[in-house]
Design a protein around this ligand. Structure first.
Ligand code: URA
Length: 189
């Protein structure tokens, strides 16, 4: 079923000022996913393709996932805010609040084993913390019975390549691909 149809109740009650057909990008992925990835908001390339994480940051993420042996098709990939903010600005508090009920519904529906929050916005929102991603990345938290692991936003690794190995190690840990002998990360907690 189409994303908008699946969540028609949400879209019917969403205030028009938070929606823009041209800038809207739905979530992507399987409803059976064990891992849910939550970004911040779509960028220009995502709007063009109507798919999350397909621009430069997305490519970087996809390359690393492939390198560590994770198929994008196994995942559910979504954003905190599903409409691209104008002028590439950060999503605002009222926009995040307006879109939050949809993210909560997606989490209930997917019922993932682990949620990976990418970057400060998604991490602070879902962990209900003011701490920055540098402090909390790669650690497993539990909120309302959900396992949540914050990781750097892949865009951050484009600005600062020294974050790339850290991002990769965190993803390896999250997906149970780290060389610790542990089969899967989610089973070890
Ligand atoms: N950055 C995000 O946070 N989400 C996307 O979908 C693309 C880039």
């Amino acid at each position: 079923m189409d994303f908008r149809d699946r969540y028609s109740e949400f879209f019917e009650q969403l205030d028009d000022k938070f929606f823009d057909e041209e800038r809207f990008v739905p979530a992507e992925g399987t409803l059976e996913a064990e891992y849910m990835l939550v970004g911040e908001a779509p960028g220009a390339n995502e709007v063009k393709e109507k798919e999350p994480f397909v621009g430069r940051a997305g490519e970087k993420m996809n390359d690393i996932l492939e390198e560590i042996g994770v198929e994008r098709e196994e995942l559910y990939i979504t954003n905190l805010v599903k409409v691209r903010p104008p002028d590439n600005r950060d999503p605002r508090k009222n926009e995040i609040e307006a879109w939050r009920p949809l993210l909560d519904k997606e989490i209930l529906d997917i019922d993932p084993e682990v949620i990976l929050t990418m970057g400060n916005f998604a991490s602070r929102q879902l962990l209900d913390t003011k701490k920055g991603i540098t402090q909390i990345h790669g650690r497993l938290f539990t909120r309302n019975g959900r396992k949540i692991m914050p990781v750097y936003h892949p865009a951050a690794t484009l600005y600062d390549n020294s974050k790339t190995p850290v991002f990769k190690e965190d993803l390896k840990k999250a997906f149970g691909k780290a060389d610790t002998g542990q089969k899967t990360f989610k089973d070890s907690f």
